[in-house]
Design a protein. Structure first.
Length: 420
């Protein structure tokens, strides 16, 4: 079995890290797994990327050129919107590798043209890490459900026309992928429901397989030792928040966490709590959280992240929309309960008042209530922490994920052999 994963990157970002973990998990059980990426950050020889500087420069330039048509929409929301309209050189590389199965992942940033996907040989599995595959360009649709029809009049583009850029992208996907034999995998039941209600994927098989992690890397570490390593206070309860672009990406909900912490500060928790933030450095004018805030900057390696999760008393993931919520599962694996909103992919990870707290969407006051509920009772906290680790061991191990993917791969390979 020879598997090829196609991803924009190998380790830069949550989707890339999830893909790389799957890749390494397959190798751990002696599956011939490789990755084809646009930008490589690891030194892994089984990750293939452009080697010459010219190719790397072209790849980076495509990031700029791919978004040029968006300049027609000057009032648009400044959120990721991918058009994938530029030609690429992916097919010759895939042909040279000659895999049995191609597993597509997050491929935006101008890496692969929409039309190229239809030309890829071999059975295709597409692991969705957000909503882009079945929308007219957005990666998260917010409250918009136009992807269930044919997009157009896009609220993110601030467009009032049916035939806008989002309709053009949707039409290209619909035309190119009309007869495509795809198996869709989503990491959460919420994303599976969105995909099955979309006009592009409503007739395709969809499997739910949570993202896996190495529970030997992500495990509880002595809290006192973890705090000593990070130079964090030993006499305070620590509230953790982290994400890529943690404080600037509005979808991640930092402003709601800010409101919740201010609420806690006013209600008697000011001298008991401190905030810890990773994924962002301390800004020149730090926002008022009502508490002392410790900014750890960008962290990417598993050991550093496990130490941070173990140092904290509670992890808060206040996102509006998450395909899964990888920081939440990582935190649980380290025995740290999670507070999140009762919405989207996080509902599959956090069990309300069992290993964390699911607040009413999207109420900062209930988020504050959830943080307090997790922290206020030491005996209850110990149970929450134990159940957090237990959930990760039962549902989010890399071994479970890998074998479920392998079942899909073998099934598709068997179906191909049956064809005349």
């Amino acid at each position: 079995m020879k598997v090829l994963h196609i991803s924009t990157s190998d380790t830069n970002g949550g989707a890339a890290r999830a893909t790389y973990r799957l890749h390494k998990g397959l190798q751990n059980i002696n599956v011939n797994s490789q990755m084809l990426v646009q930008e490589k950050y690891s030194d892994d020889t089984t990750v293939l990327a452009p080697k010459i500087r010219l190719s790397q420069g072209i790849a980076r330039a495509k990031l700029t050129f791919d978004v040029l048509p968006l300049k027609l929409y000057s009032q648009r929301d400044r959120t990721t919107f991918s058009l994938q309209w530029l030609p690429d050189g992916v097919i010759p590389k895939v042909t040279q590798i000659d895999p049995d199965i191609i597993n597509l992942h997050w491929m935006s940033g101008g890496f692969i043209q929409i039309e190229t996907i239809a030309k890829l040989p071999r059975p295709l599995v597409w692991t969705l890490h957000d909503m882009w595959a079945f929308t007219g360009g957005c990666h998260y649709s917010g409250e918009c459900d136009r992807y269930t029809k044919s997009c157009g009049t896009c609220p993110l583009l601030k467009s009032s026309k049916d035939w806008d850029l989002s309709r053009w992208v949707w039409q290209r996907k619909a035309k190119a992928w009309r007869d495509l034999n795809l198996t869709i995998v989503t990491p959460s039941s919420w994303l599976a429901k969105c995909a099955s209600s979309s006009s592009l994927f409503q007739d395709l098989p969809i499997e739910v397989i949570p993202n896996g992690l190495d529970t030997q890397n992500y495990r509880p570490i002595n809290q006192r030792v973890a705090r000593q390593l990070l130079n964090l206070p030993q006499d305070k309860q620590l509230v953790l928040f982290g994400a890529l672009e943690a404080t600037s990406d509005r979808r991640k909900g930092f402003h709601l966490l800010q409101a919740a912490l201010v609420e806690l500060s006013k209600s008697g928790w000011k001298d008991k709590l401190e905030a810890v933030i990773f994924g962002a450095s301390q800004p020149q004018s730090p926002p008022d959280l009502g508490l002392i805030a410790n900014y750890l900057g960008h962290l990417s390696d598993d050991l550093s992240l496990a130490v941070v999760y173990s140092a904290a008393d509670v992890m808060v993931v206040p996102s509006f929309q998450e395909a899964f919520g990888q920081t939440a599962s990582e935190s649980l694996a380290c025995g740290t309960p999670v507070v999140a909103f009762n919405a989207t992919g996080l509902k599959d990870i956090v069990d309300h008042q069992f290993n964390g707290y699911l607040a009413k969407p999207y109420e900062a006051e209930d988020l504050a209530k959830g943080i307090a509920w997790v922290l206020e009772n030491p005996d209850r906290y110990q149970k929450l922490s134990h159940r957090a680790r237990e959930k990760a061991e039962k549902e989010f191990t890399l071994e479970i994920q890998v074998h479920r993917y392998l079942d899909i791969y073998f099934h598709l390979k068997k179906e191909i052999r049956k064809q005349p």
